[in-house]
Write a protein that binds this ligand. Structure first.
Ligand code: SF4
Length: 191
């Protein structure tokens, strides 16, 4: 029941805070935000943290802005040409997806929702070159041809790997990742 599930989650949180994971995360908390002050200050501060302070600095640096505010307008950048996957250490999306064994019951309610269904074609595509079709590791978001709109966002929710990148990274925070039915999602067999 809900009560016992809630209690179990509290136990998990408590156990996490007492574990080595928490201690390591605490020690490393200032590395990334230090680079908000530039590459060299970031490197110098990280070296200080690593070799002298060892996470004991009595303050926690803040990240400059949330991830979803960090996406620039696409027209201010040149497109990046990525090398083709070599099939040895890098793989194409269909192969990686196949290996993830991800699966959702076909008749379960869609767990990825758009707060405003017009935003992808009105904002994300023209302004940001459709970032959801780029950062999603499972190609859940695809811009496909549409007679009326030219290109229209299609959401292949059954491929989702539950990484939650879309919920965090969408520039207008228009994507809502809701909890899917239990038992669905990736099923890596060699981890
Ligand atoms: S949670 Fe991750 S895998 Fe799922 S749709 Fe969002 S970005 Fe793609």
């Amino acid at each position: 029941n809900n009560l016992s599930e809630g209690s179990q989650m509290e136990l998990y949180w408590d156990a996490l805070q007492k574990s080595w994971i928490w201690e390591e995360l605490h020690r490393a908390r200032n590395y990334r935000p230090a680079f908000e002050y530039g590459l060299f200050p970031g490197l110098a501060f990280s070296a200080l943290e690593r070799y002298l302070l060892r996470g004991k600095l009595p303050l926690t640096l803040k990240h400059g802005k949330p991830d979803h505010k960090s996406t620039d307008i696409a027209s201010t950048h040149a497109p990046i040409k990525y090398p083709k996957p070599d099939g040895q250490v890098s793989f194409d999306v269909p192969t990686s997806l196949y290996r993830s064994n991800t699966n959702h019951e076909h008749d379960q309610p869609v767990h990825l929702k758009l707060r405003d269904p017009r935003i992808p074609e009105l904002v994300n595509l023209p302004k940001f070159a459709g970032p959801e079709a780029r950062y999603c590791p499972a190609r859940v978001y695809e811009y496909v041809s549409d007679e009326k709109l030219g290109l229209k966002l299609q959401i292949n929710a059954q491929n989702c790997l539950h990484c939650k990148a879309c919920d965090i990274k969408d520039p207008t925070q228009n994507i809502e990742w809701t909890v899917p039915e239990g038992g669905g999602g990736p099923g890596y067999t060699i981890m």
